[in-house]
Design a protein. Structure first.
Length: 309
């Protein structure tokens, strides 16, 4: 941690949180991110990587995978300490090549397909762009900018439609979708998980080697429900990573870090203005509709369902 901290000289002096779009833009232009692509990591064939664009059900799927592989163990302080975030491994001092508390080893990543380590199994969770945007906004508010200081429409223009530090939604989705014929990638939709969680857990169980283990499936399903995760909220708020990250990037401490939200389908479209919704649709057409021939997220969701048949 000390070695990496030397790359962040502003950490000792800044201690401010942006309170406008302009300040947020300058902050990301001038502050290096502590997140790095894993170097030298050698995945094992049975490893499972939960891959998502940010705020698309990552923590939820980490809990499902961990519940299945352990039979429901909750013996962890926070889920990302037992299912490590690859891009945070360096500044968290985590050895990605080391053993984990259960098999198969499991990880999470927000990397695009071209950057993700190859040679393992991947679970890719998709989510409708407006809902991913809303969840992303709620996560960033109070962490990267003062809560309530930037409205969601301005945030969308600056941090979702424009290239943010972690890349854009549409390119991320397209890159993973183009690998859909690979047998070692399981595609799931956030909305389908909300609609039938047990069915989603069963698909994950089959994919990672626990098909037919009804006890594990029942426990993992129960422990992945919103009510259960909300009761154990501090185990799903990524506080070890967030606390280290804001310290390295010179931000003030975060007051609340809950990542467990109701995750209602369709809330994004209600929260943003018609102009932003139109822009999201335009980006879909340009980045996915034209190159892939898939005209909407709902059409892509149908194609995911067809792959299961």
């Amino acid at each position: 941690m000390a070695e990496l901290s030397s790359q962040f000289p502003q950490a000792a002096a800044s201690r401010f949180r942006p309170a406008s779009v302009e300040e947020l833009r300058v902050f990301f232009q001038t502050t290096p991110t502590p997140f790095t692509q894993p170097r030298g990591f050698a995945p094992q064939p049975d490893d499972v990587v939960v891959a998502t664009f940010a705020k698309s059900g990552t923590t939820w799927m980490q809990q499902i995978v961990h519940g299945l592989r352990t039979g429901g163990s909750m013996d962890f302080a926070e889920i990302s300490l037992v299912v490590p975030f690859m891009e945070a491994a360096t500044f968290m001092g985590i050895d990605l090549d080391g053993p984990q508390i259960a098999e198969p080893r499991a990880f999470k990543t927000h990397l695009g397909w071209s950057q993700a380590p190859k040679g393992c199994r991947y679970i890719y969770v998709m989510r409708a762009p407006a809902d991913a945007l809303l969840s992303f906004y709620h996560f960033m508010s109070g962490v990267f900018f003062e809560a309530g200081s930037i409205d969601i429409d301005d945030f969308a223009r600056e941090m979702f439609l424009s290239p943010p530090p972690m890349g854009r939604y549409w390119e991320h989705l397209r890159g993973w979708w183009e690998q859909r014929d690979r047998e070692r990638i399981l595609y799931l939709c956030f909305e389908d998980m909300k609609q039938d969680l047990e069915a989603a857990v069963r698909r994950v169980a089959e994919f990672i080697g626990f098909s037919g283990d009804e006890k594990r499936i029942a426990i993992a399903t129960r422990q992945a429900r919103f009510e259960f995760m909300e009761e154990h909220v501090t185990r799903f708020d990524e506080h070890p990573i967030t606390e280290a990250m804001v310290r390295l990037m010179g931000l003030p401490p975060v007051r609340s870090m809950s990542k467990v939200r109701a995750g209602r389908v369709g809330d994004g479209a209600k929260a943003i203005c018609s102009e932003i919704m139109a822009s999201l649709d335009e980006e879909w057409e340009r980045c996915i509709g034209v190159p892939l021939g898939i005209q909407s997220y709902e059409e892509m969701r149908v194609r995911v369902a067809e792959r299961r048949e």
